[in-house]
Each structure stands twice: as C-alpha cells, then as structure tokens.
Design a protein around this ligand. Structure first.
Ligand code: ADP
Length: 422
C-alpha cells in the first residue's frame, strides 16, 4: 500500500456516503413524481410538503458531503505535494515493516529509487557512533517516538552520512503501529562541530603550555633561589616574563577572534590615506627590522589613488601583522611594501625574502592556530598562529581581503591586503 493508496482509502470513506446520498435522492425524486400524480386533493399537499422537506435536507447533506470531499481531496493533494518537495527525507513504514512511502529527498539521499514495498531494513540502515543500529525504529513500532541522538548516521550507497531527525510512532486502524522517519543530511553541522571540538582542545593546549612554563620556572626559582646565582635567576625571570607576555597575547587574540565570530567587532569605516598609514607602521617596525639586520622598504611614490575606505585602526593592525610576519620569517634580505590599484581596490603587497611557505601548507595558512614555518628566535614570544586568520576576517569585514599572492620556499612570500578605493 502506498501513500497514494492511503489517501485513496480515505477518499473512499467520504465517497460512500455521497453515493448513498445520491441514490437516496434519486429514489425520493421518483417517489415524489409518483406522489405528485396522485396528489389531487388538499389533504395530500401536506404529505407532499413533508416529502419536499426531506428531499431538501438530503440534498443539503449531500452537498456538504461533496464539498467536504473536495476539500479533503485538495488538502490531500497539497499535503502530498508539500511532502514530496520537503527538503528533508520522509519515509513511511507500515506495521509489516515495509516501506510504503518515501519522498524525493529521501530517495536522492539514499541513492535508491526502488524502496517501495521492500522491508525497511533493506533500504534504511542507521548507525550510532559507527555501530549498526536500527533500535530507534524498532522502538517506534512499540510506541516510542524519539529524536536521533548525536552521532546518528544513515548508510547510503555512497557511505555513512551524518543525519539529524526523528522517528514518529503512528497509530493506525489495523492492529500494530506504523513509523514515520524524518531525516536531514547533517554533514555540514557535524563537520563544524568536529572543528569546534578540535578548536577547544587546541585552545586548552595552547593556554596550558605557557602556563606550565611559568609555573615550572617560578617553582624552580622558589626552590633554588639561594643557590642559583643572580645571572641564572635573571635568565629564568626573563623567560617567565616572555612566556607571560605570550599568554596575554594569546588571550587577547582569542578575545579578538571571538568578537569577530560573534559579530561584535567594532568597525569604524571611513576614508583614510593608506600611504600615510603604511608609513606609520613601517616607522614603528623599523627598529625590529634593523635589530635583525633586515631592510624594511615602503615604496609609495607614483601612486595615483591612495585614499581607501576602511577602519584605519583595524587596517593598521592588519598591516602590522603582515609586515611583522615578513620580518619574523626572514633571515636575510628584508621586506618591501608596495601598492597598486586594480578594479576599484587598492592592493598593498608585503613581499619578503624569507623562508617561504611550502605549497602543501599554503591553503591552511588562514586557519586558526596554523603554524607552518619556523619562526626565527623572537626577542618576545609572539607566535600564536591566529594572526593571519584574524587579519583576513578583519579585512573581509571592511569589504577587502588578505591573501597569499605567491610564495616559494627559500625565496620568500608575497601577502596582499586589499581595501576598496575611496
Ligand atoms: P603567527 O605568526 O602568530 O604564528 P600567523 O597566523 O600570522 O601566526 O601565521 C601563521 C603561520 O603562517 C606562521 O606560523 C608561519 O608558519 C606562516 N607564515 C606567516 N607569514 C609568513 C611569512 N611571511 N613567511 C613565511 N611563513 C609565514
């Protein structure tokens, strides 16, 4: 029995009284015609009126039944139309555990168009955290409706697909129960959840490492203060100080990142001079470059358009990150900043002569906590693996972007920061 049959059966329930009503009406009309011929006298007028009243009442009942039938017929059609178009799978399993209906999404999801009439176990196999398990459906046959727990997947012809959904136990006229299974592909959410879990464990790890270093250093100083000597004590204190600084940077980056992700980062968009802003950043970072015996050049001459639309404070943070990365990952040579206009955008490129980034790591660069290269020994520990992620998101909030233009291991990298021209 298919879903159509179920609708048909219900229609029959309405059709029968309608047909009986029509038959009764025909009989009454014939009877009336007969009576009318005989109705010659006044006494019979009353009987005729009674008969006419009965005909009217039957006709009214009949008309109401027919309009009910029409309404039900069209609502069945609507329901069927809606279910077939639903963006989630719907499967109806009867009390004999055979599939009697599946909508188009369900068929496409299972990659199977031959499910009707088959035992449901042949077409719908569910897994719970990797273990084959149709318990939910079986329990629904004994009356327990339920929502799929986390880790539910359905095995399709192309493998196990994470799903969310529910099973509904349905009471039907025949003895026993039918079951409706509703499901939806949850791959995107499952991946997102996995990524979030990985992120949290990574975050905890990133925070624990510097805290452990600080704790051990302080513990050592407390135990051996009298024997260590001034130089060693200073060395340990410096290390604790650098690690604490790193911890503060990490926490600040987390807070910044969560503000971006919650959509709470204040962005004050206005026109500003990109050349002037780059000059400021270059001036701030020149001492660091000089200390590392690197050059830091900014070439802004001949630039026709220099006004961009963005948040100058946030743009300065992005530029600082890109230029300090260039210095951090360069041993010989230096960093050059240039600008060019293209398609209503100002492209600011930061090119270094440093370590470069291997091809296989390039696509991971803008993910959280990615650290693919060997940063040079830092006077202050500042590597968090969040800088590029934050820079890209910030630039995108200003309708620009940050991306890697090119990179060659051993030769250097070119990063690009774009903003709309004013
Ligand atoms: P951080 O520098 O704090 O580690 P970023 O997100 O700024 O974090 O950078 C992520 C990773 O990308 C770095 O760890 C490094 O491996 C690589 N990287 C970034 N900029 C450069 C660069 N100019 N040259 C080589 N590698 C780079």
């Amino acid at each position: 029995m298919s879903y159509r049959h179920i609708c048909y059966d219900r229609s029959v329930n309405i059709f029968l009284p309608a047909l009986l009503g029509i038959a009764l009406l025909i009989l009454l009309c014939a009877h009336l015609l007969n009576r009318k011929k005989q109705a010659g006298s006044e006494g019979r007028v009353h009987a005729l009126e009674t008969d006419l009243a009965r005909v009217r009442s039957t006709a009214e009942t009949l008309s109401k039944t027919l309009s009910d039938l029409r309404a039900i017929h069209s609502s069945e059609q609507y329901a069927q139309h809606i279910i077939s178009k639903l963006n989630q799978g719907i499967m109806y399993i009867d009390q004999h555990r055979a599939v009697v209906f599946i909508n188009r999404y369900g068929e496409q999801f299972l990659h199977n168009t031959e499910t009707i009439g088959k035992p449901y176990t042949d077409v719908l196999r569910m897994t719970q955290n990797g273990r084959n398990d149709n318990t939910l459906i079986e329990e629904a046959f004994s009356g327990k409706s339920a929502v799929f727990p986390d880790g539910t997947a359905i095995i399709t012809r192309s493998g196990a697909v994470p799903v969310s959904g529910s099973v509904l136990s349905v009471v039907i006229d025949d003895p026993g129960r039918a079951v409706v299974v509703a499901f939806i592909d949850d791959t995107v959410n499952a991946e997102h959840e996995k990524e979030e879990k990985a992120f949290f464990s990574q975050t905890a790890h990133e925070l624990r490492t510097p805290l452990t270093v600080i704790r051990l250093t302080v513990g050592l100083l407390l135990k051996q203060y009298d024997t260590l000597g001034r130089e060693k004590i200073l060395e340990h204190l410096r290390r604790a100080d650098i690690t604490a600084e790193h911890l503060v940077k990490l926490i600040n980056d987390f807070l910044y990142m969560s503000r971006i992700e919650l959509g709470r980062l204040d962005i004050d968009i206005k026109p500003f001079d990109m050349l002037k802003l780059t000059d400021e950043v270059v001036r701030d970072l020149t001492p660091l470059a000089t200390e590392r015996k690197l050059y830091l050049h900014h070439d802004g001459t001949d630039l026709e358009y220099r006004t961009v639309i963005g948040d100058p404070v946030r743009s300065k943070e992005v530029m600082t990150n890109l230029i300090s990365n260039g210095i951090k990952y360069t041993v010989q040579g230096g960093v050059t900043v240039t600008h060019r206009a293209k398609d209503n955008m100002l492209l600011t490129t930061v090119a270094d002569t440093g370590a470069g980034i291997p091809q296989e790591f390039q696509r991971m660069l803008f993910r959280r906590f990615t650290q693919v290269g060997e940063a040079r020994e830092q006077p202050t520990a500042k590597s968090t693996g969040l800088g590029l992620y934050i820079s890209k998101k910030t630039a995108q909030l200003m309708h620009g972007d940050v991306y890697l233009e090119s990179s060659e291991p051993g030769k250097g990298s070119v990063f690009c920061f774009t903003l709309p021209l004013g």
